[in-house]
Ligand binder design. Structure first.
Ligand SMILES: Cc1cc2nc3c(=O)[nH]c(=O)nc-3n(C[C@H](O)[C@H](O)[C@H](O)COP(=O)(O)O)c2cc1C
Length: 268
């Protein structure tokens, strides 16, 4: 009898320990969730500010974002702004909308350059004004690399053509290879580049580095060495998001509204 009792005791001890541990893990996970959401939002705001060239190390991201950035919702297909009373940009979750059949549509392969599979009806855009005039717009971008979907932001200047900056805040590419998309040194090469020429996307991420000289070089950026497949992914997502199924209807409409010329002559 005594032998039987001592056999069963460790089993109960292990069982109780397992319960206690799983409770602690679950409690930590639930308890930390709001903090995780807050930190992820803060990181995105930081990346939006970085893309727009407004971020400096050590600054209060929340404060600057609230004072300098105006998040708006647009209808991607029509390019029109959506009123705040219809969708509140402060709580709109674009990533959730992109996989919600009610708020997105399946993309046929023939137009799905970025490998998205589904495209949301509405998108956030971030307006930055200076003395009441639009000075920059930050667009959320995403698309397939080699291993993962890469998420980032690209900011255009007031001409709606010149790149102010690009950031990638999430990717699952290989560190040292494809994950170099998140390297500020590589991203710096995008500054001042032009997306459109003669009303069409004219832009290339080039394997082996920018090949052309002169003004045409403004339409190219260096590919990442040893990561041509990821670089192709960045090229494809750029073409998708700034093309006619992405932000082009919005950009064209805004250009007309602001009476900005489509592109200045020789604006290459
Ligand atoms: C373990 C491993 C991880 C790799 N990760 C990436 C990657 O993240 N992105 C990428 O484009 N290529 C990656 N590659 C390399 C690709 O398979 C391919 O060789 C490369 O994209 C070709 O680029 P290159 O022509 O610039 O050398 C990886 C290769 C290996 C073996």
């Amino acid at each position: 009898m005594a032998v039987k009792e001592s056999n069963i005791k460790p089993f109960y001890t292990a069982l109780i320990l397992a319960f206690v541990c799983s409770f602690l893990v679950a409690a930590a996970s639930v308890g930390l969730r709001p903090l995780q959401i807050k930190n992820s939002r803060l990181d995105q705001h930081k990346n939006i500010l970085r893309a727009a060239g407004l971020y400096k190390k050590g600054m209060a991201v929340d404060k600057l974002f609230a004072s300098a950035v105006e998040p708006r919702i647009i209808d991607i297909a029509t390019g029109r702004f959506v009123p705040e009373r219809k969708i509140d940009p402060a709580i709109f979750n674009q990533r959730a909308a992109a996989i919600d059949p009610e708020r997105s549509r399946a993309l046929p392969r023939s137009i799905d350059q970025a490998g998205l599979q589904r495209l949301e009806k509405y998108s956030l855009v971030y307006l930055i004004k200076k003395n009441g005039r639009l000075s920059r717009i930050v667009f959320p971008i995403r698309g397939k690399g080699l291993w993962s979907t890469m998420y980032g932001y690209l900011a255009l200047g007031a001409d709606l053509n010149t790149v102010i900056g690009i950031t990638f805040y999430e990717n699952g590419e290989t560190p040292g290879l494809g994950a170099e998309v998140a390297n500020p040194a590589w991203q710096a090469g995008w500054r001042g580049k032009k997306i459109y020429r003669a009303g069409r996307v004219d832009f290339q991420v080039v394997k082996g580095g920018v090949q052309v000289k002169g003004p045409a070089a403004l339409h190219e950026v260096d590919g990442i060495t040893g990561a041509t497949l990821t670089s192709n992914g960045v090229n494809n997502l750029l073409h998708f998001w700034f093309g006619k199924y992405g932000f082009k209807p919005f950009i064209d409409r805004l250009r007309q509204k602001l009476k900005r010329p489509p592109e200045v002559k020789n604006n290459v």
